[in-house]
Design a protein around this ligand. Structure first.
Ligand code: SF4
Length: 58
């Protein structure tokens, strides 16, 4: 069975829910920023976008 996919506004593309969980942990400073792939950091306000995203506290 495939994992769930969601539309991530950081990349304007579909990502796996597990990626999203990792990204949220980075934004919430649970894990270091270095572990986040650069594609998620292209937008200058990526942290704010992620915090406001409907998936952030999902
Ligand atoms: S919570 Fe963050 S990582 Fe997850 S879909 Fe939204 S913007 Fe992307």
């Amino acid at each position: 069975m495939e994992g769930n996919t969601i539309l991530c506004p950081l990349v304007d593309d579909i990502i796996e829910d597990i990626e999203c969980i990792e990204n949220r942990d980075v934004v919430d400073e649970m894990i270091t920023e270095e572990s986040l792939p650069n594609k998620y950091k292209r937008k200058s306000n990526w942290k704010e976008i992620c915090r406001k995203c409907k998936w952030h506290n999902y």
